[in-house]
Design a protein. Sequence first.
Length: 467
Amino acid sequence: MVIGNTRLFICIAISALLWIVPVGETLPLTGWHIFSIFIGVIVSFILRPYPMAVMVLLGLLSLVATNTITIKDALNGYGDTTVWLVVAAFLIAGAVIKTGLGKRIALNLVVVLGKSTIGLGYALCIAELILGPVVPSNTARGGGILAPIMKSLAYALGSRENDQPKKAGQYLALVGAHANLITSAMFLTGMAANPLVATAAKEVMDIDFDWATWAAGAILPGLLGLFLLPLLIHFIAKPDLKDGRAAQEQAREELRKMGVWSKNEKYMGFVFILLVVLWSTKFLTGLHTTTVAWMGVCTLLLTGTQKWMEMVENKKAWDTMIWLGGLLTLANLLKTHGFIGWFADNAAIWVEGWGGLITLLLLALIYFFSMYFFSMLTAHIAAMATAFIALAMAGGAPLLLTVALFAYFSNLCASLTYYSTGPVVIYYGMGYVKPKKWFEAGFIIAVFHLVIWLGPGLAWWKLLGWW
């Protein structure tokens, strides 16, 4: 409690200090006050004196209590469509886990591909790819569904944390963690904080980077990355064991215990396919991404696949609604009260004369490697994405390309450390990979991502007309 209160005091002190700093004539005082609270909230995400939702609410309350904004302004972000898209996706993800569909998909892939350890790596990658669009918590997907399966496979192969970890466990843990980051980058609904980037694109550039646009830009470099990842990790963390048939048999046994497909699994499978098809064909149907998500939720309720009280008990969905809606409120306020425009105008001199594309690439690399200093992807995105997008725009960078790089790099940068995001922490916490090895592998994989997304990725985006 003492530590938590100390960290809270630090956050308040930072906000108060910024609140009284002299302000340039062109920035309204209200905009500076909102920015000071925003910085305090972001620092709280790093120090974590209390849960994110609590700190966001305290930030909004402080603005309302000082008459900086009205209570109506404070609640504005909670009506944003992206907030309700994420809430719906979390509710759907709860059904994926509860019905056992996610586990069944992963186990079937192991049975099909798991003759070798590298085949098991591909099974994890494909399972991540299938589940990525509809499980917006990368921690629930990677840590809740796939990590336990990965660990049971390693045990079946005789590889335990303190007994022959290099036999298979080290390899599988690295593949599982880094495949999760690629699929998190590939879909707007792949990670809970991804909508923050989409919102920044809308607020700063008036660009609608929706689900289909996000997926279209990521499909080629993402699939290429998933295809090459098990091979790369096989090179940098080669497993001592090549034969994966013991894990295959373990998966078959797990499937036998699960029995035949239940009615709820079939309903969930239907909703799963429906969502992906409708999200991918928005240009034909005209249905908003959030509308489609709630169609999925209602279908699950009407078929009895999930009960309403089960959805009410989905704490992750409602917790995310509070902190995400509050952050979107703060982001909107920063624009409305002039801070974003002021920052872009004043920061333009930093990148003057560099050229739009060079400016963007340099900023993207700084953004990527700054993740070394963050212990949470959400904090990294909230603290830096909007400012860097505004700075790139001020430097004349191509607009859609700017959004794409910051959207995808917001997840891929988590490859650098073992403390970057929930599923990475979970895979690291299994004990198969030592810190030094994780940092070494992480840096190599980070360079691997940069080569793919700034190589074939740039060519793909050129073909799409993004620059």
